[in-house]
Design a protein around this ligand. Structure first.
Ligand code: COA
Length: 343
């Protein structure tokens, strides 16, 4: 059975920066830079321009990962696309990315499977685990895993939506998972979910139980109430569960690999709130140099947090061959995961 390793990383953030002050001044949100920084660590985030979709920003991230993996696009055997802000309700963003990468063009067209993952902030680790299983089984040699979000277009940026709206940003990250006979790569993955909390952090823009699924006015035009249109969140409950689940799944992964936290060279935590990660770091006694963050400049980019951190850490030289890496995520569902890799 081959090993599966991350052979290339890539990322892209849309150029438009929105600071905390701009949320207040340009969007009219009753908030302050101090409030957001103190509670979350976020200083600014990037928003995609109108007309730019999630599969669009995934293209440069994917191309960078493919190039750094040293392969051609046509070497890919599968695309896995994790997002909570897909271009459309259906089809998934994976097929749009496939087309935009040029994989459907010309004589070299390769109609590889494209799978969308709908696990929000844990989506990238669910996708990475699936890719690893596909590679280890021998079914695929190279799998592209993308985590990308254009969440800003679906955020209530008024005062009504400030608890959620101030947290999120847009970004795309990508990795290529490849087969190798070398003794390296993804050692184990540990995923979990607790559907009792499905409604605690959710965007229920429609309700398929209803007929029709979106209420219509007398002219047949769909009407979506604000509490359905925008994501709703019980922030404190999410905060507590994030700490508990991320801590537990990391311990589970350490036990499974016969290691302790001290054997891990780099911790790549999902970027939901700097305070969540600082709490984990403090309670697990993890030194600053073993942790990477990017929430300060991008906000919570949901499925994109971990692949963008990997790309930044690798490209800056902080993440090097031979290092033991722990990737840990938690999100809506609730869902969570931890992946241990020898880089
Ligand atoms: C969202 C979060 C920062 C809010 O912090 P909190 O201390 O729990 O704050 P609360 O939600 O209790 O709100 C306290 C007050 O701040 C207000 N507030 C919320 N967002 C605000 C903002 N951006 N600016 C100013 N005030 C804000 C609330 O309206 C509330 O006002 P009220 O007391 O007049 O009703 C925090 O709960 C959190 O980070 N939770 C986890 C979120 C998360 O990780 N989500 C993604 C999961 S992957």
């Amino acid at each position: 059975m081959p090993n599966a390793y991350i052979s290339g990383t890539g990322m892209f953030v849309p150029p438009r920066v929105v600071t905390n002050d701009q949320l207040a001044k340009e969007f009219g949100m009753d908030t302050t830079h101090e409030w957001i920084v103190q509670r979350t660590g976020i200083e600014e985030r990037h928003y995609a321009d109108e007309g730019v979709g999630t599969s669009d920003i995934a293209v440069p991230a994917a191309e960078q990962a493919i190039e750094r993996a040293g392969i051609e696009k046509t070497d890919l055997d599968m695309i896995i696309f994790a997002t909570l802000s897909p271009d459309h309700c259906f089809p998934g963003s994976g097929v749009y990315l496939q087309k935009k990468l040029g994989l459907c063009d010309g004589a070299a067209a390769k109609f590889v499977p494209a799978l969308d993952v709908r696990n929000q902030c844990s989506g990238f680790l669910y996708g990475l685990s699936t890719a690893t299983a596909m590679v280890k089984s021998g079914a695929c040699k190279h799998v592209l895993v993308v985590g990308a979000e254009v969440h800003s277009h679906a955020l209530d940026l008024s005062t009504r939506g400030r608890t959620v709206g101030s947290l999120f940003g847009d970004a795309a990250g990508a990795v290529v998972v490849s087969a190798t006979d070398e003794d390296r790569g993804i050692r184990s993955w540990h995923l979990g979910a607790d559907g009792r909390y499905a409604d605690v952090l959710a965007q229920r823009i429609w309700d398929i139980k209803r007929f029709p699924f979106i209420p219509l006015d007398e002219h047949g035009v769909g009407q979506v109430q604000p509490e359905m249109m925008w994501a709703q969140m019980e922030g404190k409950l999410v905060f507590r569960n994030a700490i508990e689940r991320m801590m537990t799944v990391l311990m589970e992964a350490c036990v499974a690999n016969g290691i302790t936290g001290q054997d891990i060279d780099l911790f790549v935590f999902h970027q939901a709130n700097l305070r969540i990660n600082q709490y984990l770091q403090q309670h697990l006694g993890i030194p600053d140099e073993k942790v990477v963050h990017n929430i300060q400049k991008y906000g919570n980019t949901t499925a994109a947090t971990i692949p963008t951190l990997l790309a930044e850490a690798e490209q800056s030289g902080k993440l090097k061959r031979g290092m033991k890496v722990a990737m840990i995520a938690f999100g809506s569902g609730f869902t969570w995961g931890c992946v241990i890799a020898d880089w």
